[in-house]
Unconditional design. Sequence first.
Length: 277
Amino acid sequence: MPENDEKSPYGDNAEHVLVVKGLRRTFGAVRAVDDVSFTLPPGGSLGIVGESGSGKTTTARIVVGLERADEGEVHVRGRSRTARGRGRAHRLARAREVQMVFQDPLLSLDPRTGVEAALRETLRLHFPDRDHGLRIRELLDQVGLGTRAADALPRQLSGGQRQRVAIARALAVEPAVLVLDEAVAALDVSVQAQILNLLADIREQTSIGYLFITHDLGVVRCVTDDVIVMRHGAVVEAGPTAEVFAGPRHPYTRLLLESVPRPGWDPERIAVARRAL
Ligand SMILES: Nc1ncnc2c1ncn2[C@@H]1O[C@H](COP(=O)(O)OP(=O)(O)OP(=O)(O)O)[C@@H](O)[C@H]1O
């Protein structure tokens, strides 16, 4: 473990894989993230919902380490991620803790690198001494990609297959937390369902915690245990997904739920209903 990491106030055997406390981030006059706190147990799944600009992505980027917080703490497996890293080993160790899957895997996958080669590259970087052949087969199997896909370049794969590759690459480093930022938003509904089922299977097999960033309440209902609702950077409601959906307490949550057409939200209806808030 990196020696310059502070000990977490939550202890070594932290009950949660992820603890986020009091995050704040402003961009000029915009309070993108305003005192956001939440926890994620091992194998748990937390949805962060809110309309565009509510601060979901900035929160996720802070958790991953792509964005810095002005204030607040992020702890993974009981260790602080707030301390700035010294050196390559520290950066790699931090990267292994939290992995992110984006909406468009074409942007995160190297267009010139085949599936197997991409996985091998990641494994070599993080686990130089291991047998990569065996692990690559395991990973392809885990995400339901056949050996035929192993040599394919990203553009030769379907959107769903590409997302499977992105998930396999994230799993390769054995993260504690997987952040999925609108990870199924660009897929057809039937392919969305396949990927969500795959993620549910992986969650059953591992203790990875999921952080689902999405504007799609249908996705949240399907794949999360808990949900937080964000508005203007702040958390307006939080709780078990089933309870929040069955009996939303905050008017904004009620509004969002009432505005749900299938399968996502209708921004126009939200805008009309917001004016009534
Ligand atoms: N790098 C940045 N510079 C300036 N403003 C930013 C930056 N990143 C985010 N913001 C602003 O912070 C607020 C929150 O943005 P954020 O992307 O986190 O929201 P979001 O809920 O993820 O929205 P979306 O669903 O559209 O991605 C917005 O007002 C956005 O314009």
